[in-house]
Design a protein around this ligand. Structure first.
Ligand code: ATP
Ligand code: MG
Length: 183
């Protein structure tokens, strides 16, 4: 499984539809302060199911919607799409019937978030599990925020173990066990 395209529409500073094509190998994003580099990473985390507004540097989830600028009005929705190349057919069952998987998350003011996988409605949990099983996901240690390295160094052993579990791709199993115990 490989990310091949991230598309933003009305997400934070990306008011107009914008594509980031992700080729094999290393992709670098460069630009002046405030141009939206961190917003791109946040869009990636958000489409994978991130639900903590603080991880999006906001007070509420609707803060990801373009809030308006001097010359542009605010938008009433934000949408991010992530295309995954699944030619290796390594996606978890339920998602593994196609060579490409497109996950779309859309948030509308006062109506919350909705997710689609290849144009079919899915739950937030399905999307979170897809990425947790692939040992990526919104909490993945592959996404390093500013200040996160010092957090890791200062983390308590339990918190550090959670990071290792996420990296090992077993956090999805823990989430399922937790759900089973609640039933
Ligand atoms: P740096 O190099 O300083 O880290 P950066 O390229 O990472 O900068 P970002 O933090 O991604 O920049 O982008 C910040 C910009 O996004 C700010 O100009 C901010 O006003 C804008 N922004 C954030 N949220 C929204 C929103 N909801 N609506 C409109 N603009 C937004
Ligand atoms: Mg930044």
């Amino acid at each position: 499984m490989r990310f091949s395209r991230l598309r933003l529409n009305g997400f934070k500073s990306f008011v107009d539809p914008t594509d980031l094509v992700i080729h094999e190998g290393l992709t670098g994003v460069v630009g002046p302060n405030g141009c939206g580099k961190s917003n791109l990473l946040e869009a990636l985390r958000w489409v994978m199911g991130e639900n903590r507004p603080t991880a999006m540097r906001g007070g509420g989830m609707e803060d990801v919607i373009f809030a308006g600028a001097a010359t542009r009005g605010a938008r009433h929705f934000a949408e991010v799409s992530l295309v995954i190349d699944n030619h290796d057919r390594l996606a978890p069952s339920g998602f593994n019937d196609a060579d490409t998987i497109e996950i779309v998350r859309r948030i509308t003011r006062d109506a919350g978030s909705a997710y689609k996988a290849n144009a079919k409605d899915v739950r937030a949990r399905d999307v979170q599990m897809l990425f947790a099983d692939a040992s990526t996901g919104s909490h993945s240690p592959a996404l390093v925020r500013q200040g996160q390295i010092s957090e890791l160094i200062n983390a308590k052993p339990k918190a550090r173990r959670r990071i290792l579990e996420e990296a090992a791709g077993i956090s999805g199993l823990y989430a399922r066990r937790h759900e089973a115990e609640l039933k």
